[in-house]
Design a protein around this ligand. Sequence first.
Ligand SMILES: [Zn+2]
Length: 323
Amino acid sequence: MFGSGRSLSLTIASLVCLITCGSAVAQSVAKPASAPETAPMAQSGGAEACSRKNALGTSRVLEVGTTGGLEVGFKTYRHSLLLDDKEVVLTFDDGPVPGSTEQVLDALKAECVKATFFLIGRNAQDHPNLVRREIAEGHTIGSHSWSHPEKTLRGLSEAAAQAEIVDGISAVQTAAGMEAYVAGKPRVSFFRFPGFADTVATRALLRDRNIGVFGADLWASDWTSITPSAELRLILQRLDHERRGIILFHDTRPQTAAMLPSFLAELKRKGYRVVHMVPGSGTPGTLRDALPAWSSETEAILKQVMPGLLRPKASTPKVKHEM
Ligand SMILES: [Zn+2]
């Protein structure tokens, strides 16, 4: 649980904060055998080359199709992205907020690294300049609900939970200068549930709208009052154990912003490569399967901290959506 022997009590406390802290703030390309003269660059259209020598860079772009739905991230789901050994995807939740989000963007820019930001809708509405900076600097943006409710979407009525998704995506799109959410045609096609607490109906809505759901494969526990150096040690320890995966950070957390330059330097020193996931067309394609003994770590934690909000076991019904 939690990768490296953290106590269950800490785990529970951590997930409580993982759930609530957000609302407190409004196939592969091998690494070259020898270091290139300039860092590798992302291959997405319009991405500029990284001119800084010895930067970490982005090793490849992974187009992730979400037609028909997608659910990835071993902490919650049985599948994850097909990453090679020592490949990581960097994701940041709960922003944008002035200060720490800018620090995170500065650190990523210095190393020519592209990441994915899962934005809280009302934060995006309040700070559209930061949303536009994230896009202008080549990062992927996704949605993390409208308000990151403390009860999670699972604690809301079905209508309220669906409104959290639709309003959240709409706010991000509007802040980004896109048209507001139009049923059936969302431009923002990546979503992460607050607290990883999904529901049958919202999963069906997202699948029907061809929006991919992202959990995480490992995290930095940066929702705790951990110091930057302790966070750095912890995430590197977990990464050296897992060796690949979708990493969850929070760009709202000062300790994450503070330790990010050191983390990126350590990734390069240890030979890790950053993969930039971007929305793709079509179905998800081949995913990585969990081991047979897999079980959802986040569900086990939610069962402890929010026993009244267990995930329904019934198979997913076809839900009619009117929004
Ligand atoms: Zn969150």
